[in-house]
Write a protein that binds this ligand. Structure first.
Ligand code: FES
Ligand code: FES
Length: 152
C-alpha cells in the first residue's frame, strides 16, 4: 500500500513496482497525464511531485509515498480554471492537446518559482516537452499571458 496526496486529497493504492503514470491513469482514474515515450524523452507524462516536475512514466510509485502529486486535473476545474488553463484556451495554444497536460504543470511550477520569467526561462522550463503539432509559439504566448495575469 502506498499513501500519498493526489491533487490535494489523501489516497492510498495497492501497487508495487508500478510506474506512477500507470497508477494515476489506472487505479486513480486520471486521464490527464499521458503516456508518450515511456523513456523521459517527450514530457507528456510530467506531473508535479512536491511542486517539481517529474516524469511519471519512469518514477516508481513507491517514490511518492508521503509526498504530494499534482496532475493537470489538480490545477483548476472547468468552472474555475487556473490562469494558465484560461490563457492556453484564449491563445488556442494547442491542437491535439496530447502534450498539454505535461506542459501546463511544468509551466505552473515555473510561475510558482518565477512569477515574471523571460522568454528564455520559459523556453528552458518547457524544453523537455515535445509538441508534434508545432504549437510552440502559441504556448509561449499563453505562458507569458498567464504570468502577466497572475502578477496583476
Ligand atoms: S511518457 Fe514520460 S517522458 Fe514521454
Ligand atoms: S498540441 Fe498536439 S502535441 Fe502539442
Amino acid at each position: 500500500m502506498v499513501a500519498f496526496t493526489l491533487n490535494g486529497a489523501a489516497v492510498s493504492v495497492e501497487a508495487t513496482g508500478a510506474p506512477l503514470l500507470h497508477v494515476l491513469r489506472g487505479a486513480c482514474g486520471l486521464s490527464g497525464p499521458r503516456f508518450g515515450c515511456g523513456a523521459e524523452q517527450c514530457g507528456a507524462c510530467v506531473v508535479l511531485v512536491d511542486g517539481a516536475p517529474a516524469y511519471a512514466c519512469t518514477l516508481g510509485i513507491e517514490a511518492v509515498a508521503g509526498r504530494s502529486v499534482t496532475t493537470v486535473e489538480g490545477l483548476g476545474t472547468p468552472e474555475a480554471p487556473h490562469p494558465l488553463q484560461r490563457a492556453f484556451l484564449d491563445e488556442q495554444a494547442g491542437q491535439c492537446g496530447f502534450c498539454l497536460s505535461g506542459i501546463l504543470v511544468a509551466a505552473a511550477a515555473l510561475l510558482a518559482r518565477d512569477p515574471d520569467p523571460d522568454e528564455a526561462a520559459i523556453r528552458a522550463a518547457l524544453d523537455p516537452h515535445l509538441c508534434r503539432c508545432g504549437s510552440h509559439n502559441r504556448i509561449l504566448r499563453a505562458v507569458q499571458r498567464a504570468a502577466a495575469e497572475m502578477r496583476a
